[in-house]
Design a protein around this ligand. Structure first.
Ligand SMILES: C[S@@+](CC[C@H](N)C(=O)[O-])C[C@H]1O[C@@H](n2cnc3c(N)ncnc32)[C@H](O)[C@@H]1O
Length: 254
C-alpha cells in the first residue's frame, strides 16, 4: 500500500524552504504570478480589502499581500514557518493553527475575508487534506469573496507529463526524487474537489510553457521572463502551463 506523507507535518525547516523558493524556475513562476495578481488586485481595489494567506509558510506571498491589502492575516500550522514569515512582514498578523481541525484558533474561527489565498499548497497536499481544506476555506470567505490559489505542477504541462511517466515507471527513486516531487495536479482535480463545495472556478491563468524545474531553465532569466510573460498575459495555452493560478468564488451562500 502507498504510504502517503502527512503534509501538515512536513515543514519544520524554514531556511531549506526559502532556499528552494530562490531557485531559478520557482522565481520565474513567482514573478509571472505576481504580474497576474497585481492586475487582479487593481481590479478588486484590494487596498480596501482583507486577505487571509492560508498555508502562508515563510511569508513569500504574505509580504506581497500586505503591500496590496488593507488587512493581511497569515495562517499556517507550522510555528517554524510562521516565525520566518514574521521576520519578512511589517504589517501582517499571523496565527499558527490548522484550519481543518476542530480546535481552530479562537482568533480566527469567526472571521471572514474578501480574499483567501493558498500558494504551493494543493499540489503536494494528500487527497484527504485537499478535501478538508476545500471544505474549510468557504467558512472564512465572504459571500462575494475570492479564493485565489495555484497548482504548481500541472499534470498536462510538459514537466507534469514527464513527472507522470517517471512516477508510473517508478523511476523517481533511481533518479533521486521523492514521491512528492513527481506528484502533479490538474484543473480537473480541482473541479472534482469543488463538486460538493460552494466554490466554483471563475477564471484561471497559466505560467511556464517552456520546460524548467528548480535551477534548470532553458533560457536566461530576462528573455525567458519576457517570453513567458507574453503567454501568461494573453492566456496562450494556459491549460498546458507548468503552473496555474485559479480564481474561484462562492456559488451558494453559506
Ligand atoms: C509549500 S508551503 C507553501 C508556503 C507558501 N504559501 C509559499 O507559497 O511559499 C505549504 C505550507 O502549508 C502548511 N500547511 C499544511 N497543512 C496545513 C493546514 N492544515 N493548516 C495550515 N497550514 C497548513 C505547511 O505548514 C506549509 O508551511
Amino acid at each position: 500500500m502507498r504510504q502517503d506523507i502527512d503534509y501538515r507535518n512536513v515543514f519544520k525547516d524554514a531556511e531549506a524552504y526559502d532556499t528552494l523558493t530562490r531557485s531559478k524556475h520557482v522565481r520565474l513562476i513567482y514573478e509571472l504570478e505576481r504580474q497576474v495578481l497585481q492586475k487582479l488586485f487593481e481590479q478588486i481595489r484590494s487596498t480596501q480589502k482583507s486577505v487571509m494567506d492560508f498555508a502562508c509558510g515563510t511569508g513569500r506571498w504574505t509580504r506581497v499581500l500586505e503591500r496590496h491589502c488593507k488587512e493581511t492575516l497569515g495562517v499556517d500550522v507550522s510555528a517554524q514557518m510562521v516565525a520566518a514569515a514574521r521576520e519578512k512582514c511589517s504589517k501582517a498578523e499571523f496565527i499558527v493553527t490548522d484550519i481543518t481541525s476542530d480546535n481552530v484558533d479562537s482568533r480566527l474561527c469567526h472571521r471572514k475575508f474578501d480574499v483567501v489565498t493558498a500558494f504551493r499548497f494543493y499540489k503536494n497536499a494528500e487527497e484527504p487534506l485537499r478535501r478538508t481544506v476545500t471544505e474549510a476555506i468557504p467558512k472564512y470567505l465572504k459571500n462575494d469573496g475570492l479564493f485565489i490559489f495555484d497548482l504548481h505542477l500541472n499534470t498536462f504541462s510538459f514537466m507534469g507529463m514527464l513527472a507522470c511517466i517517471i512516477r508510473s515507471l517508478r523511476l523517481y527513486r533511481p533518479l533521486g526524487l521523492t514521491n512528492l516531487t513527481v506528484r502533479t495536479i490538474s484543473l480537473h482535480t480541482i473541479r472534482e474537489l469543488f463538486k460538493n463545495s460552494p466554490l466554483e472556478i471563475i477564471d484561471y491563468y497559466g505560467m511556464g510553457l517552456l520546460p524548467g524545474r528548480s535551477n534548470f531553465t532553458i533560457l536566461p532569466a530576462k528573455p525567458l521572463y519576457k517570453l513567458e510573460s507574453f503567454f501568461t498575459r494573453r492566456k496562450v495555452l494556459r491549460n498546458i502551463s507548468y503552473n496555474i493560478i485559479v480564481v474561484a468564488g462562492k456559488t451558494k451562500c453559506q
